[in-house]
Design a protein around this ligand. Structure first.
Ligand code: T46
Length: 141
């Protein structure tokens, strides 16, 4: 599995750092929604789902956390601990967020508005979804 990380350009000077993100330039899609999570309790695992169409960029702008990505064949764990690093999470990818530091703020840029119908929240269903997609692809559908 290829993990895609974006390294954002900090505009630093003697006052500190600033990062600006523009759609189609720094973020590879139209940004329809931004959300963030904070005050995550110790030991909590968030996510535990995949999306059918949603693409996202995750940035841990304060503190640290880990992201587990699972494409149905392989899993990878990616630590996020720099405010200038963005992790791209494509559609059809199971994700889990865990190991949040008490001060972690995880900011997410999303390509779509919130839609519960886009979620696959059952792991067995996710595996079937991936298998069906691969079958369609191999049959040229
Ligand atoms: C994802 C990972 C990285 C809304 O009302 N609007 C929203 O835009 C979002 C994201 C959530 N909500 C509500 C739905 C739930 O009642 O907020 C509550 C918590 O959402 P959820 O349990 O889905 O949160 P996570 O952290 O498990 O997952 C979120 C995103 O939902 C998901 O798309 O990829 O972060």
């Amino acid at each position: 599995m290829q993990v895609v990380k974006y390294m954002f350009q900090p505009h630093g000077d003697e006052r500190g750092q600033l990062i600006a993100l523009e759609e189609f330039k720094d973020i590879p899609f139209r940004i329809k929604r931004v959300y963030f999570m904070y005050d995550t309790l110790e030991g909590v695992v968030r996510g535990l789902h995949a999306h059918k169409t949603l693409e996202q960029i995750l940035v841990c702008i304060h503190g640290s956390c880990k992201i587990k990505l699972d494409n149905g064949r392989e899993t990878k764990i990616i630590p996020l601990e720099k405010p200038y690093e963005g992790l791209y999470v494509p559609s059809s990818m199971w994700r889990e967020m865990f190991d949040f530091s008490p001060d972690a703020v995880l900011l997410v840029f999303a390509s779509e508005l919130y839609d519960e119908n886009d979620y696959i929240r059952d792991y067995g269903e996710f595996k079937k979804y991936i298998a069906d997609k691969e079958k369609e692809k191999s049959e040229g559908i």
